[in-house]
Write a new protein. Structure first.
Length: 121
């Protein structure tokens, strides 16, 4: 049963994302995907973020509502307009929302012990 506090939290989270949201597919590492709303940051390529890289990695941030994804994890996936992105870091998390750092999977992104190539998970 949903409590009044949960309903307020969910409504607040939806309101924070509502003005600039994009529909994406969020897929937990051991689950099936579902469409959610997200606020996306611009795509950044190697050299635009702190870590040096020999490849043309692409990254972007993604702000999601905790009403849609209660517990985001690294190595989950976000599909945006047909392109798959791996969640490599959760950079900010509150009771209402989380900001995820994403790495393009199409380019053979590697994080932790997982390895993605050509969009396969």
């Amino acid at each position: 049963m949903t409590t009044f506090g949960d309903m307020v939290k969910n409504a607040t989270a939806k309101g924070l994302l509502g003005a600039v949201e994009t529909t994406v597919t969020y897929t937990p590492r051991n689950g099936s995907g579902s469409e959610i709303s997200a606020r996306l940051g611009p795509v950044r390529t190697a050299g635009e973020f702190d870590e040096p890289s020999e490849t043309e990695e692409q990254r972007r941030s993604c702000r999601i509502s905790k009403a849609d994804v209660a517990r985001p994890h690294t190595d989950d996936a976000v599909t945006i307009g047909g392109s798959t992105w791996a969640v490599i870091e959760i950079t900010d998390e509150t009771d209402f929302a989380a900001t995820l750092e994403l790495l393009s999977v199409e380019q053979g992104a590697r994080h932790g012990e997982s390895f993605y190539t050509g969009g396969e998970r």
